[in-house]
Ligand binder design. Structure first.
Ligand code: GAL
Length: 830
């Protein structure tokens, strides 16, 4: 039977390659003991040069073959090695793989030694001078080297299932669904197509297949007797390639209820089971039409962000748990329905997590702006083929990107990439991301990075300005990014404008009836080359920082979600943070029914979602435009209408400054002096009393989010009286499974009301104990009131670990401990 044995531990690594490494007699004492996922060079947080990871390195792994593998087919598999790997096995060169973002394997059946030691040696070239994508020009992201995804050996019978491609056909007549989040979980007449490939001596083999639902809730009226998960067990023809389809009532895969099925293929000879391969897939209809994107027959505006696969310090080298955590953050914290894996295929663990969580994925072949020579293009097509072969069973993937991101037209090259995509996958459309409008459209969907919004211009351009073909679908694949880099420690006005730009673009897209949606640039800040970023080798384009701590712009996305209560105010309400003490626009980000505002515990105003100026988007932020309420009328000797006028003038002055007073406000001022006999000082005093200003006493503001008549969330903005440290830990049970495990720990320095303190910048000191260690430095600065670290399990060092965290804050010594449990490895490693 098929068996997978992980080979992630006990590798030896050196930052140079020596021919002798491939041979048995090599003394590896100068090599470092490492585990996969591995980066060739740990990097600082910022201000480092890509030269530090550009090298030719050597990896070496020695293992003994299991006697039970005798007579079987044995394959050595690499999930990802950046960027050119020459693999040797027992002294023989197996081959070269020249893509840092796709998997590859070599058959080692004939070379394996059952009596002695087997030696895998890899010459890994991570230099950016390689003539392969994405290299050849500049690239706006670091391209880190290393064997950074899993390595395993797969042992099968010599006759085996070499490939299973499952795709489904679901008609899109379920348009009885009206509300965005309600879906019909039942589909009638879904087709299952399976292309099965056998390899080896296939004569006399019998294949059977079965289907099992592994996730997703069945609806109330689900008829069990028709259930697709009932075993089909249908014997097929004894052919090498078979093609078959079934009509089934099924539960659809959707963003709300991502029902997953497992398609299992078994191969028998003489009634003996010799191989079994299973593929996880889903039944769904994902269609790009001229009028937009439709999932299972209902229109869905894609609301996504671009994700790079990088992390501080270790670049690409993070295990499954961290990949899954990013998918979770996108789905649960940012409440998105889609992600673009810019600009290359990402970990299978990430995409599988998207399958499970119901997050739609746009994935694309590796590259960035540059198209190279013929050899380069040949490699690019190879990369594309590998991408489609390796990822095409994922129900979350809705389109293939078959152009090098933002490259020029090249009709020969792109006709071929489109042909390849449609040949390998007839079920999905192609796109190809462009930086310009009206380029040659060889794909099914015109996909454009629309950076037209500059703060003043409309949020997006119209479809007809973008695409040469109105009959095909149109999708925005990037916006914002470099148009407005924003740091967590930037001035409040900058952070607010960043958040509102994301809203403006989403709102504009939602206002067009024929744009399929948009992917903002981008999920989190990332390390980049000298040619980009803020000079410190970081592009601060994220709605989160590098540790995945949220900036205010995260709220623009989060508030669109319904699964948890959202309430945030864009301001700390400290007027001194603003030039001339002018408050500017203050926004409420919420998904509540309404928000009640109190000043010094006195009710001021109730705000409603309909008050937002952004009318197209599902939910827009609401402007806080009143700091006075009825208090002026109640306390001063003004008529109601005059009190309202005075209130207007005071609020305008507070929000935008004296020079923005309207004519009406000025008339009110004159009336206060002439009719109410107030002096300038009286008016200033009135302003101090109702608005509060420089030199006045600080005020306390409270906001209550109301849902179904109940207060579901409260925020209070007042003078900082106490500082504490909040930690958000991804998980505390670390699994030493196929390799080490990593937990992320995010830190937030907050006041007594839980508000992050954006200008807190003291160091956090970390001390790991027991079976855990820290990735990166042990003393980390708090940036923008937030920080992060990664806790990594140590192999065979016990079952518990601890992270001790120390922070000095305003004279107080804060100490925290996080306990970790380490589950020792279970089987499947050699
Ligand atoms: C785009 C590019 C992205 C990123 C972004 C920054 O042109 O595709 O990779 O560089 O700009 O805004």
């Amino acid at each position: 039977m098929r068996k997978r044995i992980y080979l992630n531990n006990e590798w030896k690594f050196k930052n140079e390659f020596d021919e002798d490494m491939i041979r048995a007699g090599y003394s590896d004492t100068s090599m470092e003991l490492v585990r996969i996922p591995h980066t060739v060079k740990q990097t600082p947080f910022n201000y480092f040069d890509d030269a530090i990871y550009q090298m030719v390195s050597g990896y070496r792994r020695v293992f003994k073959a299991d006697q039970t593998w005798k007579g079987k087919r044995i394959v050595l598999h690499f999930e990802g090695a950046a960027h050119e790997a020459i693999v040797y096995f027992n002294g023989e060169k197996l081959g070269v793989h020249s893509c840092g973002y796709t998997a590859f394997e070599f058959d080692i059946t004939e070379l394996i030694d059952f009596s002695g030691e087997n030696i895998i040696a890899v010459r890994l070239d991570s230099r950016e001078s390689l003539n392969v994508p994405p290299f050849g020009f500049v690239v706006d992201y670091m391209t880190y080297g290393g064997i950074y995804r899993d390595v395993y050996i797969e042992v099968t019978d010599k006759t085996y299932v070499s490939d299973v491609f499952v795709y489904t056909e679901v008609s899109d007549v379920f348009s009885d669904v009206t509300k965005e989040n309600e879906i019909t979980p039942k589909a009638i007449g879904a087709f299952l197509h399976a292309r099965i490939k056998l390899a080896g001596d296939v004569k006399g083999c019998v294949i059977t297949e079965s289907l099992r639902r592994i996730a997703g809730e069945a609806p109330q009226d689900y008829k069990d007797e028709y259930a697709a998960e009932k075993e089909l067990n249908k014997a097929l023809a004894n052919s090498e390639n078979s093609f078959d389809y079934h009509t089934l009532p099924v539960i659809l895969w959707d963003i709300k209820n991502p029902a997953l099925y497992e398609f299992v293929v078994r191969v028998y000879r003489d009634e003996k089971l010799i191989d079994e391969k299973s593929e996880v897939f889903g039944f769904r209809n994902a269609a790009f039409k001229s009028s937009g994107f439709f999932l299972n027959g209902r229109k869905l505006i894609l609301r996504g962000l671009n994700r790079h696969q990088s992390y501080p310090y270790v670049g690409y080298a993070m295990p499954a748990s961290m990949q899954i955590e990013d998918a979770r953050i996108l789905k649960e914290e940012l409440c998105l329905n889609a992600v673009r894996t810019s600009h290359y295929p990402q970990s299978q663990d990430f995409v599988s997590a998207c399958d499970k969580m119901g997050l739609l994925v746009f994935t694309e072949m590796p590259g960035w702006q540059h198209i190279g020579d013929e050899a380069w293009k040949k490699q690019a097509i190879e990369n594309e083929k590998e991408m489609i072969y390796q990822y095409r069973n994922h129900p979350s993937i809705i389109m293939w990107g078959v152009r090098i991101n933002e490259s020029a037209d090249d009709d020969d090259f792109y006709s071929e990439t489109n042909r390849v995509a449609h040949e390998l996958d007839i079920s999905r459309p192609t796109g190809g991301v462009r930086a310009a409008t009206k380029m040659h459209l060889l794909e099914d969907v015109y996909t454009l990075n629309d950076f037209s919004h500059n703060g003043k211009t409309p949020g997006c351009i119209k479809k007809k300005q973008a695409t040469p073909d109105m009959d095909k679908a149109y999708l925005v694949t990037e916006y914002n990014g470099h148009m407005y880099p924003t740091k967590t420690f930037d001035a409040e006005d900058t952070r607010v404008e960043h958040a509102i730009r994301h809203i403006r673009v989403m709102d504009a897209i939602a206002g067009e009836n024929d744009i399929s949606g948009g992917f903002g640039w981008c999920m989190f800040d990332y390390n980049t080359h000298k040619d980009f970023g803020s000079g410190d080798r970081i592009c601060y384009h994220g709605v989160m920082d590098m540790f995945r701590n949220p900036k205010l712009a995260s709220l623009s996305y989060e508030m669109q979600g319904d699964d948890h209560d959202v309430l945030e105010l864009s301001s700390s309400m400290d007027i001194g943070e603003h030039p001339e003490c002018i408050r500017g626009d203050i926004w409420l980000f919420t998904n509540a029914d309404s928000v009640k505002m109190y000043k010094n515990d006195v009710f001021i105003k109730e705000y409603f979602p309909k008050d937002t100026p952004y009318k197209n988007i599902k939910r827009g932020p609401i402007l806080v435009d009143d700091f006075i309420g009825d208090t002026l009328f109640e306390n001063e000797k003004f008529s109601k209408s005059f009190a309202d006028n005075v209130k207007h003038a005071l609020n305008t002055a507070a929000r935008y400054g004296m020079d923005k007073l309207t004519v009406g406000d000025k008339v009110t001022g004159a009336k206060m002096m002439l009719l109410h006999h107030m002096s300038v000082k009286d008016i200033v005093d009135l302003y101090q009393k109702y608005i509060g200003d420089w030199g006045g006493e600080a005020t306390s503001f409270k906001f209550e989010a109301i849902k179904d008549g109940k207060v579901v969330k409260t925020i209070t903005k007042e003078t900082v009286k106490g500082i504490s440290l909040e930690t958000v830990v991804s998980h505390t049970e670390l699994n030493e499974g196929k390799s080490y495990d990593v937990a992320s720990v995010r830190f937030r320095v907050v006041d007594q009301n839980g508000n992050v303190l954006p200008f807190f910048a003291e160091p956090v000191r970390l001390k790991p104990e027991g079976a855990v260690e820290i990735i990166g430095p042990k003393t980390i600065p708090v940036r923008g009131g937030m920080a992060g670290t990664y806790v990594r399990s140590k192999r065979r060092q016990g079952s518990t670990g601890k992270l001790i965290i120390k922070l000095d804050a305003a004279g107080e010594k804060i100490r925290k401990e996080i306990n970790f449990k380490i589950n020792e490895e279970v089987g499947n490693n050699v």
